[in-house]
Design a binder for this molecule. Structure first.
Ligand code: ADP
Length: 363
């Protein structure tokens, strides 16, 4: 591409961004869109040994799977919680691969009626792994059907309606349910209790993300040096999905603007364009932090009020922005509401009022 054509392409992209067609948020969102899933498929580690980070979860899972293989029986049901993009789907796939079992993937919102779930469960092969993403969004009747299936490998198929309806019990093949949720607190206790193994995935360290970036760069044929790896590790919001996505965006930038090598400098310049700051905060994170500090004097303020001020849905603020801000120690949850910490004020270049930080003790 010639310089002029490139300048035009960039101008077009900038215009789309200005018009709101190409949101910075799309680039740093931890949630994958349709096209991205294909690329993600290629980057997913396939075995437990290739899975980077989450050492404790990996170790526990390895024991669970080895025990099951030795006994020749499906392992306990597995529940994974944690913010989006941290590897829940990847682990479900790894569990199936390690067991040499087929995998069925569905999600809470996709199962609208209990009949949808019955259709999945009644056609399972022995030992199959069933992955239900966003399991906290299952409708109540499906959830109740799942209790029986998880415990007794049985479903009750209801025939007819009203007083004449009868439940026909149907045995199903023993299976392993892998549930994933971004909001473990919303799971009803009877469902939570039926998982024999629960794991919480936490944000990754910059070093772990560096390992992931290096591996993905190898698979995608991206030229990246140590500085580039380190910088991307630092700025990827503790999230492998974002690390992989930023790597691709920075690669585009490097190919178009420089000799194609992703260096620290190239990464910094590119991420400025994508509105990712030096801590990896994106526009949503900064909108939340800024509203908290500038509109509410650092809080405390309730979640829904804060979300309105930041122009976002309360759930997005709670599931996506807050966990990372808390992790970085910029925001704290207290019994009276959300507060900005001293570091939160300082990150925005502001001086906190003298009493700042005392309430974070309640976090
Ligand atoms: P979730 O289901 O929690 O939203 P995914 O399992 O879909 O997240 O992971 C998103 C992407 O991040 C995947 O494409 C995968 O390649 C990558 N990824 C996640 N966890 C790891 C990891 N521990 N090591 C390497 N890559 C990972």
């Amino acid at each position: 591409m010639g310089d002029e054509a490139l300048a035009r392409a960039e101008e077009a992209e900038l215009a789309r961004r200005r018009d709101g067609e190409l949101e910075a948020q799309d680039i740093v969102s931890p949630v994958a869109d349709g096209d991205e899933r294909a690329i993600e498929g290629a980057l997913r580690p396939k075995r437990l040994d290739d899975f980077v980070g989450q050492a404790r979860v990996r170790e526990q899972l390895s024991l669970l799977l080895r025990g099951a293989l030795r006994r020749g029986r499906p392992p306990d049901h597995v529940l994974m919680s944690g913010p989006p993009g941290l590897g829940k789907t990847t682990i479900a796939m790894i569990i199936a691969a390690e067991l040499g079992a087929p995998l069925r993937i569905t999600s809470g919102p996709a199962i609208e009626r209990s009949g949808d779930l019955a259709a999945v469960l009644s056609t399972l092969q022995e030992g199959e792994v069933v992955f239900i993403d966003e399991i906290h969004r299952l409708a109540r009747p499906a959830e109740e059907m799942l209790y029986l299936a998880m415990e007794d490998f049985r479903v009750d198929i209801v025939v007819g309606k009203g007083p004449g309806a009868t439940a026909i019990p149907l045995d199903i093949a023993p299976f392993t349910l892998v549930g994933a949720t971004t909001r473990a607190g919303l799971l009803p206790a009877p469902l939570r209790d039926r998982f024999g193994f629960t794991a919480h995935l936490d944000f990754y360290t910059p070093e772990e993300l560096g390992v992931i970036v290096r591996r993905s760069a190898g698979l995608l044929g991206v030229h990246i040096d140590d500085g580039g790896v380190e910088e991307l590790g630092l700025r990827s919001r503790g999230t492998p999905r974002i690390a992989n996505r930023l790597l691709r965006r920075v690669r585009d930038f490097a190919e178009v603007k420089t000799d194609g090598v992703v260096t620290r400098e190239v990464t910094r310049t590119a991420l400025e364009l994508y509105e990712v700051d030096e801590l990896g905060l994106d526009r949503l994170d900064l909108a939340v932090l800024s509203a908290l500090v500038r509109r509410f004097g650092g809080g405390p303020v309730g979640l829904s009020t804060l979300a309105i001020a930041a122009g976002e849905e309360a759930e997005t603020v709670e599931v996506v922005a807050e966990p990372f801000l808390v992790r970085l120690g910029l925001l704290a949850r207290t019994p009276r509401g959300r507060v900005a910490t001293r570091a939160g004020w300082e990150h925005l270049g502001l001086t906190p009022p003298p009493a700042t930080d005392a309430p974070t003790l309640f976090d």
